[in-house]
Design a protein around this ligand. Structure first.
Ligand SMILES: NC(=O)c1ccc[n+]([C@@H]2O[C@H](COP(=O)([O-])OP(=O)(O)OC[C@H]3O[C@@H](n4cnc5c(N)ncnc54)[C@H](O)[C@@H]3O)[C@@H](O)[C@H]2O)c1
Length: 451
């Protein structure tokens, strides 16, 4: 098929379909019965509903078992509470796979235990929170018969898969530069600052926790390894100095805050939530507005004040990343934007490919359309409307689960532990460089022998 035929296919909304030949039941241990773990069990594609068998739940907080039960009243999974029960779970339940979705900082320890028991691991992103943990995990995997799959679901969003195919086909030639600008709106962006994600010790910072999705896409799209990073970063919107802070106080919670009617973020959240297109039919556990789930955790409320003074991560970044094939990337992220869009452009020796810039003639943002500008041709730009796959996270979740559970050997989208480690390393380089006035950080120095 010629390139132009291929593009015609994309025009009519054809995208790659991922097939599964998984027919055998997979016994799944949920390690960390988090909001995300529950969401994943609610996001199964039809092909996995009879195959994905949750045999065990493990968490330090028994309230999470109650949250799971509210969602799945007929579940048969055995519950294991406490850090010291994991070995017993693995011995007794003999799961085929562990799905690890604890807080980011608690991914590494249970993953290593699972690998020691030769149990395959699906690790939520980010794989871990720093490169020391990444190296420990790569060491453990190298000694195990089991494998790590990092749950980079964004690779499975159709627009991202199509972008990968087009770049691999050489549609724009050799990629010289990339501009990647991430914008998170004031509702989504601020939500990270209401939760544990706002502490470096727990999430690695949003450069690892959230930007990691895109830092992974970059290497995958380019088929290149990151070499070095220069970065600046700041806390410009949140924390006590945030311009919208109604008053300097610590320890407030949105659900009980007396100043919420003076908080621009809270007011916007209330207004925008009513039209939140992530909303679900669930009544007790709120999948869409997790900050409301204050009754479902012990000793933790996911609605802390975004202006507290113990926040220690950045909400803005501007950086340059160099890859080993010579591609230079201009990267930025902003966690309080009026809109929610990634804007990404690849410039190559034969043209340019864009995601996130296309608007319809009525000025409506067409989130899934790519735009291809060929060099040296008189035709001009071609819009490539990609049809999204169905399901949560732009179709990424069900397609990813289907792929990871399949025995199919053609893994265009699967992410390995090495991929997870590169994403963590670039994220770590971002904050380390930002804390040192833009000092150059070499990825090889962070990953040592695993670079
Ligand atoms: N791929 C995606 O699109 C996506 C989306 C959301 C979250 N995530 C990831 O999913 C994971 C869970 O995030 P969430 O926001 O749903 O979290 P959450 O706050 O709902 O749950 C965190 C869980 O970790 C448990 N936990 C706390 N301390 C622990 C410890 N010391 N040891 C073991 N477990 C402990 C808690 O009891 C809780 O069940 C994170 O890694 C996050 O980055 C991924």
């Amino acid at each position: 098929m010629s390139l132009s035929d291929h593009i015609k296919c994309y025009y009519v909304g054809m995208t790659t379909t991922l097939t599964t030949d998984a027919t055998q039941t997979k016994r799944i241990a949920l390690i960390g019965v988090s909001h995300r773990a529950i969401k994943i069990c609610n996001s199964l594609p039809e092909s996995l509903t009879d195959i994905w068998d949750v045999c065990a739940l493990w968490d330090i907080d028994p309230k999470r078992f109650a949250a799971f039960e509210t969602e799945f009243p007929d579940h048969q999974a055995k519950t294991y509470a406490g850090l010291d029960t994991l070995e017993q779970l693995l011995r007794d339940e003999k799961p085929d796979m562990a799905f690890i979705a604890t807080r980011d900082c608690h991914h590494a320890a249970p993953a290593i235990t699972c690998l020691e028991h030769n149990v395959d691991v699906i690790l939520e992103k980010p794989m871990v929170t720093d490169t020391g943990q990444a190296q420990a995990l790569l060491d453990a995997e190298s000694k195990s018969q089991a494998r790590i799959h990092v749950a980079f679901n964004y690779r499975y969003q159709a627009k991202n898969t199509v972008m990968k195919q087009m770049l691999d086909e050489g549609i724009i030639g050799r990629v010289t530069t990339v501009e990647m600008n991430l914008y998170l709106n004031e509702v989504h962006g601020s939500s990270f600052f209401q939760r544990w994600n706002r502490y470096r010790s727990q999430s690695g910072g949003l450069c690892i926790h959230k930007c990691g999705h895109y830092l992974d896409l970059l290497g995958w799209w380019l088929n290149q390894k990151p070499v070095e990073v220069f970065s600046y970063g700041g806390l410009d919107y949140y924390g006590p100095e945030g311009e919208m802070n109604p008053s300097k106080k610590n320890g407030r919670h949105c659900s009980t805050c007396e100043e919420s009617n003076k908080c621009a973020y809270h007011l916007t959240r209330s207004r925008k939530d009513s039209v939140d297109n992530h909303s679900s039919s669930l009544t007790n556990v709120n999948q869409a507005k997790r900050h409301l789930n204050i009754a479902w955790y012990s000793d933790y409320q996911p609605d802390a004040c975004i202006f507290d003074d113990d926040i220690d991560v950045e909400d803005t970044y501007s950086a340059v990343i160099l890859y080993d094939g010579g591609t230079m990337v201009n990267f930025s992220a902003n966690f309080s934007s009026p809109f929610e869009q990634p804007r990404i452009s690849f410039n190559g020796t034969r043209g340019r490919l864009e995601q996130g810039y296309h608007f319809s003639p009525e000025q409506t943002y067409t989130g899934n359309s790519l735009v291809h500008y060929p060099l040296f041709e008189k035709d001009g730009a071609r819009v490539i409307p990609v049809k999204a796959r169905p399901g949560s996270h732009g179709g990424g979740d069900p397609s990813m689960l289907e792929d990871i559970c399949s025995d199919d050997e053609t893994h265009l989208c699967r992410a390995s532990a090495r991929d997870g480690a590169y994403a963590v390393a670039i994220g770590e380089a971002l904050w380390r460089s930002a804390q040192n006035n833009g000092e150059k950080i070499l990825i090889a120095d962070l990953l040592g022998e695993w670079y």
